[in-house]
Design a protein around this ligand. Structure first.
Ligand SMILES: *Cc1c(COP(=O)(O)O)cnc(C)c1O
Length: 403
């Protein structure tokens, strides 16, 4: 290490675009739930890469899978097949109980894929007049950062200044079934899909009212629209199940996956759906240079194998119960609400500033990030032990009560 801490911070400040406002820590190494900074200080990671690190930093099984593949073949492009591709798609389809997979890289690309596929399916299968398709989304959504996706964001920071916006989206209050029904009544057969986060992550880990997801499912089925579940953050163990939809007994027509699918090593995302839906794509109509590359597929296959054991989902559900009980015990004079599922919680404060709490947490050795003003999202790696979780919760309590 030749650069000093101040040098490194200076380089970031001067040479990187200021599209993030990082907390003052510079990571050097990490293992499991722990991150060590360039000064040798250790932190427990309670953000886990926004759930990209569900299996912790550098899980030995995932690192080994990546190393094996690095010595075989790393990139082909989909112009040619490779021996990791078919198995990855088959194994992911099986995990999801679906027919087919379209691999991409980032979450936003999986969402873009779903938007394109739903529109094309609407025109070719449902007979919607060309250019008339409507996709229903929800206020407070977060689906990524492309121009089309920010076109239907309700967050002014994410949206403003990036127009002109892509038309064809209608937004409804999250959890509001009467509002959703009236949108279906107004737009009728033009609605090709409902795009929904089964739990809204970036909005502050918002869980919809009981029965809402089942209601969305019913409405989509009766109207002949696709229910597309964006499980990029909620899926793959985070909520205490492979898919958060299943906690409500709901099966969507498509899952969008990302984040943890890449094992915290490489970006891997996918749209997973049925044959009639993904079958609308023919050669040349959609693609990605890096989507489905050998390294991504090898790591993704190991992630799927780990999820097939059910161990991580069970840990999330069991430790999650302890986690939520402890968070709900915080004084209601300070905390206004605690929401979430599994090892995933949104904690809102009556008046504390989320950023200030995160800065106190950092000084106590815990990495966490506020979502909006007075809300913090806590989402430790699912490999966290009970003792480590208790340790983090003690620090969290201290940071909250000394504010
Ligand atoms: C993070 C996220 C995305 C976007 O993923 P990127 O990999 O950052 O493009 C989309 N949907 C949800 C629900 C997310 O949490």
């Amino acid at each position: 290490m030749t650069e000093t801490l101040a040098d490194l911070a200076g380089l970031t400040r001067e040479f990187s675009a200021h599209n993030y406002h990082p907390l003052p820590v510079i990571a050097a190494t990490a293992s499991g739930v722990w991150v060590t900074d360039v000064a040798g200080r250790r932190y427990l990671d309670m953000l886990a890469g926004y759930s990209a690190l569900n299996f912790g930093h550098r899980h030995p099984r995932l690192v080994a899978a990546a190393r094996r593949q690095l010595d075989r073949v790393t990139l082909m492009s989909r112009a040619f097949d490779h021996d990791q591709f078919g198995p990855f798609c088959a194994e992911l389809a099986e995990l999801a109980g679906m027919d087919m997979v379209l691999p991409m890289n980032t979450g936003a690309e999986a969402v873009e894929t779903a938007i394109k596929v739903a529109r094309k399916w609407g025109y070719e299968v449902r007979g919607v007049p060309d250019g008339q398709a409507v996709i229903v989304v929800f206020d407070g959504n977060f689906h990524g950062r492309t121009t089309t996706i920010v076109s239907f964001s309700s967050d002014p920071d994410a949206k403003n200044g990036f127009g002109p916006y892509t038309p064809g989206f209608v937004s409804v209050r999250y959890g509001d079934m009467p509002a959703l029904k009236s949108v279906f009544a107004a737009y009728g057969p033009r609605i090709v899909a409902v795009l929904i986060e089964p739990v809204q992550g970036e909005a502050g880990v918002i869980v919809p009212p009981p029965g809402f997801l089942a209601g969305v499912r019913e409405l989509c089925t009766s109207a002949g629209a696709l229910m597309i579940a964006d499980e990029i953050q909620s899926g793959l163990g985070r909520a205490g199940a492979t898919f958060a939809c299943s906690l409500e007994g709901v099966e969507p027509d498509a899952y969008l996956l990302g984040k943890a699918l890449g094992g915290g090593i490489v970006p891997v995302s996918a749209m997973v759906s049925t044959r009639p839906v993904l079958g609308v794509l023919r050669p040349g109509q959609h693609g990605s240079t890096f989507g489905g590359n050998p390294l991504a597929c090898a790591v993704g296959r190991e992630v799927i194998a780990m999820l097939r054991t059910g161990e991580y989902q069970a840990r999330s559900a069991e430790l999650g119960a302890r986690f939520h009980a402890r968070l709900r015990a915080l004084p209601s004079s300070v905390v206004s609400s605690v929401r979430g599922r599994g090892l995933w919680a949104g904690v809102s404060f009556r008046s504390l500033d989320g950023r200030a709490v995160c800065e106190r947490l950092l000084s106590l050795g815990v990495l966490a990030k506020e979502t909006h003003g007075t809300t913090i999202r806590l989402a430790p790696p699912l490999v966290i032990t009970e003792d480590e979780l208790d340790w983090a919760l003690e620090r969290f309590t201290e940071a909250v009560l000394t504010g």
